[in-house]
Every structure is written in C-alpha cells, then in structure tokens.
Design a protein around this ligand. Structure first.
Ligand code: COA
Length: 207
C-alpha cells in the first residue's frame, strides 16, 4: 500500500504541486484576468462613451441605501487624508494608474472629494468627484467580489449628495461606464454630442 501511494505522488508534476499548494496563485490569476478584461473593456469602449448629466437637486436620499449596507457591516464614508496612499494603491491594483491618479487629485481638495466603502477594515469600493474636471463625478469602482450588493449605488448617491451640498445643481459623469447603472440609481441622462468627450485622443504610454 505504502509503495503504491509513494508511486502516485512520484507521478505528480511540479506544476501540479504548485497549482495545488500555492493557494494565492488562483486569486492572483483571477485578479489579473479581471483587471485585464476591465482595462480592455474600458479603453475599447471609450470612443463610444458619452458624458451623462445628473440633476443633483432630484437624486434619491442615500440614507436608506446607506442604512441597508450598514446592517451588513459595510460603511460608506468620506476618506481621510491619512488614507490617501492605501486608497490610491487599492485603486491602482484593481483599476490602474489613471484612476489612482484621479483619486489623488480628489484627495488634494478640501474637503476630500473621495468616498470609500469598507467592510470591517477592508476597502470594497470608492467614488470621487471634482477629480478630472470641476463638477465631474467619477471615477467609481467596486471590487469585483462586492458588486451587485448596492455598494455602487450607496457610493454614487453619497458622493452626488456631497456635490449638491458643495453648491452644484448638476453633475457630469465623464465618459460614463455602464449608463444603465447611473440612469437607474440617479436618473442620469446622456449629453448629446458628448462623444468622445474631454479625454485627448493621444494618451501617454507607460515608459
Ligand atoms: C458599475 C459599478 C460601479 C456598479 O456597482 P455595484 O455595486 O455592482 O452596483 P449596485 O449593486 O449598487 O447596483 C445598483 C443598480 O444598478 C444596476 N447595475 C449595476 N451594475 C450594472 C451594469 N454593469 N449594467 C447595468 N446595470 C447595472 C444594478 O442591477 C442595480 O439595479 P437594481 O436596483 O434595479 O437591482 C461596478 O460594477 C464597477 O465598479 N464597475 C467597474 C468600474 C466601472 O465601470 N465604473 C464606472 C466608470 S464611470
């Protein structure tokens, strides 16, 4: 018996052993492919993306959504200055350098124009405003495993409410991602003729 078992193990290749016994490998592969797919989707879709307009004086009150999340241990709040590096790194790892840079621009404002969602001590999402242009909402991003739980809606509404309290009547979602999300949650409408929008057609490649 012992000899047979030893023989079985001898036929397992080093690659199989690595796959089975390096638990983080699957997570890394999954995260890498998700990020790659998102970036592909983001950049390929950009030529057709429109800017959206949101009536800030007519958005739903976020308190119900925030309370529902809080009951599940998810807190949405304005980010603190001393969290800048952690927040930007979290964004960079999931959504790339450009969104991390926009987030850093939001941190340069006072009050800080970035909201985060936390489950216990772990970030699960973020949203910024006045990062790319004055009066612009975005970017917004939720960790892939935390999507479709209302976190995006809560972050969107909390951030839009902050813009309204800051004095804006309308907000612009620049080069909006899934339009339906913004339409459903905040009644956003497309701005005619806003494609390709303010982003330059020439972009800097990482060197
Ligand atoms: C878009 C995104 C922020 C949505 O976050 P989320 O936490 O999954 O959204 P919620 O669970 O709060 O969904 C709220 C509503 O929007 C809808 N919705 C969410 N994502 C959607 C999508 N991709 N397409 C259409 N509708 C969507 C939900 O079905 C829900 O509607 P319901 O109340 O009728 O059920 C998230 O998918 C994400 O981070 N995507 C990648 C980054 C991105 O594209 N950001 C936008 C760039 S401007």
């Amino acid at each position: 018996m012992g000899g047979r078992r030893a023989g079985t193990f001898a036929t397992i290749s080093p690659i199989t052993i690595t796959i089975l016994f390096v638990p983080n490998l699957w997570t890394l592969l999954l995260r890498g492919s998700l990020r790659w797919a998102e970036l592909q989707c983001f950049f390929h879709k950009r030529p057709n993306m429109v800017d959206l307009l949101v009536k800030l004086y007519d958005i739903p009150d976020p308190s119900e959504t925030l309370a529902a999340l809080a009951a599940h241990g998810i807190v949405v709040r304005r980010a603190m200055a001393n969290e800048k590096t952690q927040v930007a790194d979290w964004i960079r790892n999931r959504f790339g350098d450009r969104w991390a840079a926009e987030c850093e621009a939001a941190f340069a404002r006072q009050p800080i124009a970035c909201f985060i969602a936390l489950y216990k001590t772990q970030m699960v999402g973020f949203a910024c405003h006045d990062a790319t242009c004055a009066n612009f909402f975005g970017p917004i991003g939720i960790d892939p495993v935390s999507r479709h739980k209302g976190v995006g809606r809560a972050l969107l509404l909390a951030t839009l409410q902050s813009m309204h309290h800051g004095g804006y009547a309308y907000a612009i979602v620049g080069s909006a991602g899934p339009e339906e999300f913004f339409e459903k949650c905040a009644g956003a409408i497309a701005i005619p003729g806003s494609t390709p929008g303010i982003y330059p057609s020439t972009t800097i490649k990482r060197q």
